[in-house]
Design a protein around this ligand. Structure first.
Ligand SMILES: [Zn+2]
Length: 469
C-alpha cells in the first residue's frame, strides 16, 4: 500500500497531494534559531515536527533524494545586544559575538540531538552568506538585484524593500494593508517611502556593531533577507517546502516571499508552506515575566519543570502527541503520560531487530503528519519487529536505557553528598585554584559522578551531574 503524502498549505489554506518539483531532489527549508540564548521548548516544536517530515520524505523518496536546509541566524540585533552586555573588552566585540554564537549554536545542537532530531543536509550560517563571493547567491547580490529591478531603494545608509512595488504582497498572510501596518509595528522613519517598507540592509556602528562593506556603506543585513539568500543559494529559485512556526507567517515569511519572488521573477518561492501551532505551558502563554519560560536544556538537565529531569525522547513523544497545526499545552502531566507510553512501547521492543515499517503508521503520517493517529496505530501493532522499525522511523531509539537513565529519580542521600562537593569545586574554579578543583572532580568521579560544566542563562558557570552508568 503506497500512501499519498498530503500537506496543508498555508498559501492555499487547503490540504492537497504533495507533488515534488523533482522527486530525485525534494527540497525543504525551515527557519532555524537566532543564536543568542538557550532555545526554549517552543523553539523545539518546529525542529521536532519538521524532523518527522524530513524522515517521512526520506522514507518516500529515498535518503539521498531529500535536501533539508535549516539555517542558523548568527547576525541579529538581539545577538549584538547580548554580546555587548557581556563584553569585558578583553577581546574585540566581533570576537565576543563570534564566541556567543558559537557557544549558543553548540548548545542548540546538543539539546536537539537529545530530542532525536537528525542533522539537516545543510545548516548555513547567515554570516557566511552576506557578501561571500564564493556562494551561488548572497544577501548583497539579492539586495543589489532588488534595487536594479525597482523593488528596493537605498536611503541614508539603509536599503529598504518597497512593499507597494509588489502587488501580490500579503498573499501568504492574507492581510489587508491596514492590518500589515499595525502588525509589522512599523518603525516610522523619514527615509521610508511607504510605512510598510522593510529593511534589507542597515548601517552599523563600527565600534559597537558587526558589519560588512557594501555598495551602501558599512552595515549589516536585516533578518528576512538572510533566509532568501540562504534558501536561494542552497535550494534554488523555487523549492518544494518552506516551514516554520505560525508566528513567522507575518512579517518574516511574507517578506521572504517578497524578496525572493521579486528577485527571481517567479510567482512563488516555495510551493508548499507549512506552519506549526503555538505552544503554551500549563495553560498559559510562556513568558519570562510569568516565570514559566522553560528551555530545552532545563528540561533535560535540571529539575525546573515538575521537579525532575526528562529524557529527550519523552519530550519528543510529548511534542508529537498533538497534531502540529494545533496549539499544544506543555504540561508535567503530559510528560508523565508520554513517559509511561514510551516505556510500555520500549519494553515490547527491547532487543528486537527492526523489521518492516507499518503501512498504517505511514498512512497516518502521510495525512498531513497526523502524529496522534500514528501513535494510535502504533499501539495496535502486534508484530514487535514492525513496532521497532516504525518507532525508528519516527525518530525513537527503542533503547530503554535512553529513557531510563535521564529519568532516574536523583537519590536524595547521594545528592546531599554530591551537591556540596560541586559547590566547593565551582568556588575553587572561580578562585582559579585548579589543583583543588581537579581534586574535587576526582573525588566525585570516585563516587561514580560524571560532571558537565556549562553556563546558565545568566552567563554564570553551572555544573550538572549524573551517575555514570
Ligand atoms: Zn526564515
Amino acid at each position: 500500500m503506497a500512501a499519498t503524502l498530503k500537506l496543508t498549505n498555508t498559501l492555499t489554506r487547503e490540504k492537497a497531494d504533495f507533488v515534488p518539483i523533482d522527486p530525485a531532489n525534494v527540497r525543504m527549508y525551515v527557519c532555524g534559531p537566532t543564536v543568542y540564548d538557550f532555545a526554549h521548548i517552543g523553539n523545539a516544536r518546529p525542529v521536532i515536527v519538521f524532523d518527522v517530515l524530513f524522515r517521512l520524505l526520506r522514507h518516500f523518496y529515498g535518503e539521498s533524494h531529500v535536501t533539508y536546509v535549516r539555517n542558523i541566524t548568527d547576525v541579529d540585533d538581539k545577538i549584538n545586544t547580548r554580546a555587548f552586555e557581556r563584553w569585558t573588552k578583553k577581546r574585540s566585540l566581533n570576537e565576543e559575538i563570534r564566541e556567543l554564537t558559537r557557544v549558543t549554536a553548540a548548545q542548540f545542537h546538543t539539546d536537539i540531538a537529545a530530542l532525536g532530531v537528525l542533522p539537516p543536509t545543510h545548516e548555513p550560517r547567515a554570516t557566511e552568506y552576506v557578501c561571500d563571493g564564493t556562494r551561488p547567491l548572497d544577501m548583497v547580490r539579492v539586495i543589489a538585484g532588488l534595487i536594479e529591478k525597482g523593488h528596493a531603494y537605498a536611503a541614508e545608509g539603509h536599503v529598504l524593500f518597497n512593499v507597494p512595488s509588489m502587488p501580490a504582497y500579503g498573499r501568504l498572510s492574507r492581510r489587508s494593508m491596514d492590518d500589515m501596518i499595525a502588525g509589522a509595528r512599523v518603525e516610522v522613519a523619514p527615509y521610508k517611502k511607504d510605512p510598510t517598507d522593510f529593511v534589507l540592509w542597515k548601517p552599523s556602528n563600527p565600534e559597537t556593531e558587526p558589519g560588512w562593506d557594501s555598495p551602501w556603506g558599512f552595515g549589516r543585513p536585516g533578518w528576512h533577507i538572510e533566509c532568501s539568500a540562504m534558501s536561494g543559494a542552497l535550494l534554488g529559485e523555487v523549492f518544494d517546502i518552506h516551514a516554520g512556526g505560525l508566528d513567522l507567517i507575518f512579517p518574516h515569511h511574507e517578506n521572504e516571499i517578497a524578496q525572493t519572488c521579486c528577485f527571481t521573477g517567479k510567482e512563488v518561492m516555495a510551493n508548499v508552506w507549512l506552519h506549526n501551532g503555538f505552544l503554551q505551558v500549563e495553560g498559559q502563554k510562556m513568558s519570562k515575566s510569568l516565570g514559566n519560560f522553560i528551555t530545552i536544556n532545563q528540561l533535560l538537565e535540571t529539575d525546573t519543570f515538575g521537579g525532575r529531569r526528562w529524557p529527550g525522547e519523552v519530550l519528543r513523544l510529548a511534542m508529537l502527541r498533538t497534531h502540529y497545526r494545533q496549539p499544544i499545552d506543555w504540561t508535567v502531566k503530559g510528560l508523565e503520560e508520554a513517559e509511561a507510553t514510551l516505556k510500555r512501547l520500549y519494553e515490547k521492543v527491547s532487543g528486537v531487530m527492526p523489521g518492516a515499517i507499518s503501512d498504517e503508521v505511514v498512512a497516518a503520517l502521510a495525512d498531513d503528519l497526523n502524529t496522534p493517529l500514528a501513535f494510535a496505530e502504533l499501539h495496535r501493532i502486534a508484530d514487535t519487529t514492525k513496532l521497532a522499525a516504525t518507532l525508528k522511523l519516527l525518530g525513537f531509539s527503542c533503547d530503554l536505557a535512553a529513557i531510563g537513565a535521564g529519568a532516574a529519580p536523583v537519590d536524595a542521600a547521594l545528592a546531599a553528598k554530591v551537591e556540596p562537593l560541586i559547590a566547593a569545586r565551582l568556588a575553587a574554579r572561580a578562585a582559579k585554584n585548579f589543583a583543588e578543583s581537579d581534586r574535587l572532580r576526582d573525588e566525585l568521579a570516585a563516587l561514580g559522578i560524571a560532571l558537565k560544566d556549562g553556563k546558565g542563562a545568566d552567563g554564570q558557570p553551572v555544573t550538572t551531574w549524573e551517575l555514570k552508568r
